[in-house]
Design a protein around this ligand. Structure first.
Ligand code: DGL
Length: 276
């Protein structure tokens, strides 16, 4: 298990995801907290998590958090919705009082429950996230008057990762999911997956401003800021250079980082499973 130094405001923020889609969350964090050093881990060797069993995801999440704790991270952000749905408690138990742990789900459900006292909320996500029923359960716990309707949209993440967005193919796939009767008459739609901010314009075009689109990356970044501030862990000085690791390296992953993060970043191959 990890050997820790005491974290300070200068310690990095660890962020992990099943792949490089979680860079949308890293980008949102970097935008409002440019001083923070980020240590990003994309588990590209096991992508997609949306199709994996909860036990496998918990196992990967434990190994990755152990790696991030060894880097002395002051916080671990589980950028992946699927991992947040099934492995949040597992990561939290492992981190104990060594690091703060943030799931992408809690900040979003709190935000939605504050905004909507009643109404119908749609959720789109991977099969794993929808199967966990976590958005429905948590939103109902916060507000019993809310109606929650969830639809698994498994083609979307791989489609976006392959660069299919903002074209005719992506529009056909997106529209065929949004046309599902379960998503009829919704007031808001939660984009409950790392990749979906990239197709937000197409989703907005479909709903023509009649439905509020809820993008978790920005909400999570604001929550991270508030939590670090509360714990006096915000870095006031410019931190060290951020690092971006992946468990499997291909040129296609390297190319796709640009669409998720904008800035050019260098992915480093780090098969943490083989290092022990
Ligand atoms: N990162 C995953 C999520 O947010 C999407 C891709 C996957 O299935 O691993 O749920």
């Amino acid at each position: 298990m990890a050997n820790h130094k005491k974290q300070t405001s200068k310690s990095p923020i660890g962020i992990f995801d099943s792949g490089i889609g979680g860079l949308t969350v890293a980008r949102a964090i970097n935008k409002i907290m440019p001083n923070e050093q980020l240590i990003y881990f994309g588990d590209t060797a096991h992508f997609p998590y949306g199709e994996k069993s909860p036990d496998s995801i918990k196992y990967y999440a434990l190994r990755i958090s152990d790696f991030l704790l060894k880097q002395n991270c002051k916080m671990i952000v589980i950028a992946c919705n699927t991992a947040s749905s099934v492995a949040y408690q597992t990561v939290k138990n492992q981190a104990g009082n060594k690091a703060l742990v943030v799931s992408v789900i809690e900040p979003v459900v709190n935000n939605v429950a504050n905004q909507y006292k009643q109404g119908k909320i749609g959720v789109i996500a991977t099969k794993g996230t929808i199967k966990s029923d976590i958005y429905n359960k948590r939103l109902k716990e916060l507000n019993t008057s809310l109606q929650v309707s969830s639809v698994a949209t498994p083609l979307l993440a791989p489609m976006i990762e392959e660069g299919f967005y903002n074209n005719n193919i992506s529009r056909t796939v997106i529209n065929s999911y949004l046309l599902k009767p379960k998503l009829k008459n919704i007031d808001a739609l939660i984009l409950a997956c790392t990749h979906y901010p990239l197709i937000r314009p197409e989703i907005e075009e479909y709903y023509k401003q009649k439905v509020k689109i809820i993008d978790s990356a920005e909400i999570v970044a604001e929550h991270v800021y508030a939590l670090l501030k509360e714990h006096r862990l915000l870095n006031k000085d410019q931190g060290e250079k951020s690092k971006f690791y992946v468990s499997d390296y291909t040129d296609s992953f390297a190319k796709s980082t640009k669409i998720f993060y904008n800035n050019k970043i260098k992915l480093q191959y780090n098969p943490i499973w083989e290092n022990e």
